[in-house]
Write a protein that binds this ligand. Structure first.
Ligand SMILES: [Cu+2]
Length: 183
């Protein structure tokens, strides 16, 4: 078990290093959000110095599969931000189309527990917003491989469930928790 955990840690570091490499290749124009550095290009949200930026990596297959032990993954970095404007920058690092939907998490609820319907999706009622338009803010037809999309939400303190709600992706593990703390 211990060896397995080390492997996971190494894989995580490799993924993070990969992200840094991508940023370095972008050269000048990098944007520094609170707790995260993201590429600022023609496909990046406007800078809001008063808010936080959370990078949400969407992945499937390959190294993601080995790292996560599942068929897909969704990871928010950082996983905790202060209340206020939060820009969620979704990056599709996988080979399939993905999306990011922000759902509130009620006290006592945990991520990954929503009922999956016969169509393979979860109920999005109460959704606070989504990033599913390539190179743009808000809702769209989904983020194609390599695409970036974003959404800025004014989030009060609480817990949120970040999901990809394309058919079967939630059940495959594309879910993570975002914690928003009181200022
Ligand atoms: Cu997905």
């Amino acid at each position: 078990m211990r060896a397995g955990r080390v492997l996971v840690a190494v894989a995580s570091a490799a993924v993070l290093t990969g992200c840094v490499t991508v940023n370095e290749q972008a050269g000048p124009g990098m944007m520094h959000g609170r707790g995260a550095t993201v590429v600022r290009s023609t496909c990046a949200p406007p800078v809001d110095a008063s808010g936080s930026t959370v990078v949400v990596m969407l992945g499937d297959g390959g190294m993601m599969r080995r790292m996560h032990g599942g068929t897909a993954m969704l990871r928010a970095v950082p996983a905790t931000v202060p209340a206020g404007p939060v820009t969620l920058l979704a990056q599709n690092m996988g080979r399939r189309t993905h999306e990011l939907v922000v759902l509130p998490l009620a006290p006592g609820e945990s991520v990954g527990e929503r009922a999956v319907g016969v169509d393979g999706t979860v109920d999005e009622t109460g959704s606070l917003g989504e990033a599913s338009a390539p190179c743009a803010e808000g809702a769209g037809d989904g983020l194609t491989p390599g695409a970036v999309g974003w959404v800025t939400l004014d989030l009060p303190a609480g817990r949120y469930e970040l999901v990809c709600n394309l058919p079967r992706h939630y059940a495959a593990g594309m879910v993570d928790e975002l914690v928003v703390t009181a200022r």
